[in-house]
Design a protein around this ligand. Sequence first.
Ligand SMILES: C[S@@+](CC[C@H](N)C(=O)[O-])C[C@H]1O[C@@H](n2cnc3c(N)ncnc32)[C@H](O)[C@@H]1O
Length: 421
Amino acid sequence: MDPASIAPLLEPAGWALLAELPPYDASSSLALGTALRASGLDADLVAAALTQSRLRAKARAKFGDLARDMLFTPEGLEQATRLPVAARHAHRFRTAGATYVADLGCGIGADAMALAGMELRVLAVERDPATALVAGINLRALPEARVWQGDAFDADLTGVDAVWADPARRTTSGARLHRLADYSPAVERLLALRTTGPHPVGMLGLKLSPALAHRDIPVDARAEWVSVGGDVVETGLWFGDLAPEGPGRTALLLAVDGVHVLAERGDPSAPVTPAPTGPLGAYLYEPDGSVLRAGVVHRVAEETGTHLIDPSIAFLTGDHLRPTPWATAFRVLDAMPFSLKRLRAYLRERDVGTLEIKKRGSALDPARLRGQLSLRGRASATIVLTRVAGEQRVLVVERVGDRPEPLERPDIRPADERGDA
Ligand SMILES: C[S@@+](CC[C@H](N)C(=O)[O-])C[C@H]1O[C@@H](n2cnc3c(N)ncnc32)[C@H](O)[C@@H]1O
């Protein structure tokens, strides 16, 4: 994005126009633009205001009502840390005793806002001019924060006692596991900040992709996979006093009922401890993505008294229902070898028209299978295509109990604004 396309909004008239726009509605945006231009407003200003209006509407998912007062670039919004997760990051810095944090590659400033919001001094560094401009706007009410536009490794870190970086992925190769070499600012150089340069900084926090390979994790890191209600959003790497729990791997779940932590100590790049395997029981448990990524399925197995259905398949099973925030539980109604004819007959007999198909460890294509089943009934069902003790199986299951809903957008407006009774 060109900084010139944001500049008109920084004039008082531009900011006022943005504040006066009705809530964004894609279907009327074109007509609104035409009307605003017809009223004599500059075309560039109108375009800039409508773009921000659209981005603010989208940003509510990450920032709630705060988005109404922020500016965005499309890419910056895409990459920004959502508020509850940024608050967790900032909390680590605060409790570790950091006082002056450099955010190297601050994007539109979401993490920097959370850090400065906890009264930490922040040097927010961003290479891209438009993004740096936007970060400056978003941080305007936080005097503890200063934005500096330039390269992360040219910033003056005098006095900085902790570094945060949420580097952008340079490649979109789609590789299943992401490598440290994929990021900018370069992770190797960020890691070196701990020991080299004029101001070595022992406290370092990095936000990397959830698909980070275990083998790439430095041995002294606390690696934390963060799940927001089942959606794994990042791997955090924490060093020095930012990792009081010591090196290891953690699954962290932010849910409506609170924060859940499953932590293992030891070398975070070490192979995963396997969970035991055993026969299919009355219940099937699908572990949260953070548990799978962190390699702590065996811990959930221990906590719930369950075992894997197959050594290579991350479904747990047991004869008892043990509600846990770490897995979605299903009652197993039936289990059968896969046969299209048999499955079709089974579902027809039960009048199933709506079918949820889950799969793990099966080569079958759910969309194709659905077509082949020609479902017509009124009942609904869930099947799992998987492997049990090395054999392809179809499990017919039903969900039991609810896992906590995602903690996404707490509505913290006063009741009268929410329109509550
Ligand atoms: C993933 S975004 C950061 C998002 C931010 N944590 C937030 O929550 O809004 C990474 C940013 O790093 C910036 N960047 C990449 N390489 C950089 C470098 N060498 N120096 C400074 N900034 C850089 C990119 O322009 C991008 O805006």
